[in-house]
Design a binder for this molecule. Structure first.
Ligand code: DLL
Length: 432
């Protein structure tokens, strides 16, 4: 039998879960219709009123909401409570550099902490454990999310944030970290550093909770072997709360969705029609239990499928399969969401309207981004220092737009391969 944080709800019967979802949905729709003009307009346009929504069967009558809506409604347009009831924001990049801001009341934080506490408990965590949180802290949800879950479960929480590998390893060995939370690529990097320094016998890790980016079964096996741990996948997105929307149990066979807070659907990304259980499509969430920022039928652009088959762990909540890609061009580099259009915006703003290409790679288990930009024939002639200055200028602007370092290389005109159809803006060499 598994290790639960909230056994009763995590193993509730299908009827009980559906009752919570039916009631939650009806209440949430009514609330946003009354309090959020943006939602009222969307529903009016779709010709649906709160009275039409009596439960889950009516979900498909409701319009979708997308990242574009979140951008249009920026900054407060989707807020469903007074701002004075909110205690925190988190944020993630949007498609054109405008960021998406999510708001949380204290209850929203509590709900999210529960999600992460369930994930850590499912990974074997107890109050006897030291939980080493090496996700970034700040606007990104990773650090604060797992931190909240770890404290709620009663673990000793190490708010390490990402980077500074020497300090990570020092605390990991001196304070006997048992559970490591970070991106899978950072876990692989730490594993290599531990191997190189011959520290494996000084490490007390038993499990890892890795997510925020795509990773493969091979990568899981590799990390598990190198760190001598069991590695668990965790999924989430800022718009819906953060990490812990779904998490893996010891069966490592898909991630349980926290269905007492979120309703998940799979739709055909082309037609928007809901797809039956087991069919692959775009994941859509309704975060009916949230107060400040509930979203109804939010299109994640993530591709997976759902199964309601019984899980051996005893949890009854449906599972999503490991993420299988996205329907848009969003890249995740070092755990940060990057849209090629953001890079384009920076280049145009810096007088480089020409052809460009993003080359993404993984070197020593760490993601790298190189931006190749063609110069126009008259640009800078042969003045190398002008070229270098321009490169530096773009590096700085990209750092401030994306939040990560990107190497920038200005190249001769017409050296980036032209394609017959759509421009190939991204070459992703990472083998995931
Ligand atoms: O990445 C939240 C998170 C933090 C999840 C820590 C897990 C651990 P965002 O920055 O808003 O939030 O990015 C959300 O990341 O739509 C997916 O495309 C991708 N993603 C998140 N978890 C996974 C995963 C956080 N386990 C976007 N596997 C999502 C694959 C993932 N992709």
């Amino acid at each position: 039998m598994g290790n639960y944080f909230q056994e009763e709800i995590e193993t509730a019967s299908r009827d009980e879960i559906e009752k919570i979802q039916n009631e939650g949905l009806v209440k949430c729709v009514k609330r946003v219709y009354e309090n959020v003009p943006y939602y009222r307009d969307l529903m009016d346009k779709a010709g649906v009123t709160p009275d039409d929504i009596k439960g889950l069967d009516d979900l498909k009558k409701l319009p979708f909401i997308t990242k574009n809506d979140l951008r249009d409604a920026y900054p407060y347009g989707l807020l469903a409570t007074p701002l004075s009831d909110c205690v925190r924001i988190h944020s993630t990049s949007g498609t054109t550099g405008k960021r998406v801001v999510a708001y949380y009341t204290q209850n929203d934080i509590d709900l999210w902490d529960n999600c992460c506490a369930r994930a850590i408990a499912a990974a074997g965590g107890t109050k006897e454990d030291a939980c080493h949180v090496a996700y970034g802290y700040g606007l990104f949800t990773g650090g604060f999310g797992l931190n909240g879950g770890s404290q709620k479960l009663g673990c000793l929480t190490l708010p390490m944030s990402s980077g500074n590998t020497d300090r990570q390893l020092q605390f990991m060995t001196d304070l006997n970290s048992n559970i490591l939370c970070c991106t899978p690529s950072y876990a692989a990097y730490l594993a290599e550093s531990i191997e190189e320094r011959g520290l494996i016998d000084d490490i007390n890790l038993k499990s890892g909770i890795f997510g925020a980016e795509a990773w493969s079964e091979e990568m899981r096996k590799d990390i598990e072997k190198k760190l001598n741990i069991k590695a668990y996948d965790i999924y989430g997105l800022t718009e819906i709360s953060g990490p812990g929307v779904a998490f893996e149990c010891e069966c490592q066979d898909g991630m349980h969705i926290n269905e007492d807070y979120f309703i998940a659907e799979i739709i055909d990304p082309e037609t928007g029609e809901p797809l039956p259980e087991g069919e692959k499509g775009e994941l859509v969430f309704t975060s009916f239990a949230k107060e400040a920022f509930p979203l109804i039928r939010y299109r994640t652009k993530d591709i997976t499928y759902i199964t309601r088959k019984k899980c051996k762990c005893g949890r009854t909540h449906a599972r999503i399969h490991r993420l299988m890609g996205r329907t848009d061009d969003m890249l995740i580099i070092k755990g940060v969401n990057v849209f090629p259009s953001q890079v384009e915006e920076v280049l145009i703003n810096h007088g480089m309207p020409s052809n460009y290409q993003l080359v993404v790679d993984r070197v020593n288990n760490s993601d790298t981004l190189e931006v190749l930009v063609e110069m126009t024939p008259d640009m800078f002639s042969d003045n190398l220092s002008l070229v270098m200055n321009k490169e530096k200028e773009i590096v700085t602007a990209l750092k401030s737009m994306l939040g990560i370092y990107a190497k920038v290389k200005l190249v001769e005109p017409k050296t980036i391969a032209r394609s017959e159809g759509k421009a190939v803006r991204v070459i992703d060499k990472r083998k995931i």
